[in-house]
Design a protein around this ligand. Sequence first.
Ligand SMILES: Nc1ncnc2c1ncn2[C@@H]1O[C@H](COP(=O)(O)OP(=O)(O)OP(=O)(O)O)[C@@H](O)[C@H]1O
Ligand SMILES: [Mg+2]
Length: 523
Amino acid sequence: MEYILEAKSITKKFPGVTANDNVNLNVRSGEILGLIGENGAGKSTLLKVLNGIYPYGSYTGTLVLDGKEIKPENTRDAMAEGIGYVPQETNVLKNFNVAENIYMSDLRLNRLKPADKRSKSAFVNFSVLYKTTEAFLKDNRINLDPKADVRKLSIGQQQMLMIARALATNPKVLILDEPTTSLSSGDVRRLFEVVRELRKKGVGIIFVTHKLSEILELTDRVTILRDGKNISTFEREQYDSGRIIADMIGREIKNMYPRRESKIGGEVLRVENLTVDHPYIADTNLIENVSFAVHEGEVVGLAGLVGAGRSEVCMSVYGLTPAKSGKIFIRGKEIKISKTSDAVKQKIGMISEDRKRFGLNFVWDIKHNIAISNLDTLVKGPFVSSQEMQKKVTPYYDKLRIKAPSLNTKVTTLSGGNQQKVVIARSLNTLPELIILDEPTKGIDVGSKNEIYQLINDLASQNVAVIMISSELPELMAMCDRFVVMAEGRVAGELTKSEATEAKIMEKSVVSFKTGRQEANNG
Ligand SMILES: Nc1ncnc2c1ncn2[C@@H]1O[C@H](COP(=O)(O)OP(=O)(O)OP(=O)(O)O)[C@@H](O)[C@H]1O
Ligand SMILES: [Mg+2]
């Protein structure tokens, strides 16, 4: 039999949406299959069918594993059949440590009990648990401490933990839904190693990503979905990135990074010697003496490795984390920002990287989530005009190509990328004079990335000052007029657009202030 797992003619409907329309997907043992498609194309839905989150009977079509039809009713069934799954959004169990998270399911815990107590008691032998976990993590080259408190793990580490948890079931097929969105480049390298190792062992891997470079580098075959339907599947020898993009979005992108005529005006923001305390480590500064400025119509890139303190600087300017010392000036006037409402009053907007924490109200629809950021303009007497709201919000909805049945759709039902677009729309709707974009294209498909670049250019040409953080260096290079490179919580240097090269930015990013040397840092 050619395939370890086959999904045949899967159709999965939600009210108003056919998320999967007769979709076929298959993966061989020892193969890495890429799955790619626009935000809302139906990727995560299909994976949830394979994984039993959507139980047998809630869709039509058949699943065949190892030549035999399976009918998973829940995730445990799918796991028992040998399907491992890492969801798009991490959901680690916050009250348990790393080892407990990995061996949480009773299915797995059972193996750690003394032989005569299996399936009979809740007793777990902790010394065995830690030993097993340590050996397992080492085997899979995953760098986590079995006893670590998961609340202190970075998003990237949590992602690695989710992967470890799936691997611990010894899956025949491993499903990874956008595993690299929150990983540092070093973690991506390590993840690729882990995945290649699994391929060698004969595991079939399904790998979802919006990064074409990852498809080209890692996968053996790629399947493309659009609007819930199969469009094409290519073997590695046939890969052609133009063709893959065209199949994905149904059009060609002429100009991935649209040009902007920069007209840089007066200073909007100046940060002087900003210093922020480390939240966990006493007598340590997370951010130390950071100074930089941003002008009207200027896009300034905060560059640096994950952990360099870029997001923390922005969070402080936006009033999310208090500064210990330093000054902030808006148009030359010193102001105090100790909470977000102070920043909003100064017409500062921010799109945060962590949309779960600072993002959406999940019980509201799209319209209200966007409009809430600027309700004053919609108030007519004692009422908020629904019609006005619709009118205000529609341009963002259209421009960002938010995929949903209507503006009245609840944001919980949106795909990950489309939720991100709502967050962006909400920030733009405040009509900020300074906007902070922390990883604005994370989880966004290439077609919509292109639209977001255009929106950033539009903002700049309307004299908005822009601060941008991105872990995709080519994107940052293309969009910014100037770069402030950070390392270890400090500014390691500034570069103008004409001076900047990827190599120069990287060189500054790895400066070590502690040793006074430049150090190789694998991020
Ligand atoms: N629980 C749900 N209720 C209603 N509609 C849903 C639900 N889950 C998904 N959808 C809709 O199904 C479609 C496919 O969503 P899905 O999450 O599979 O997309 P995706 O390809 O994973 O996108 P992304 O790249 O943004 O993660 C979308 O239009 C989405 O709004
Ligand atoms: Mg998805």
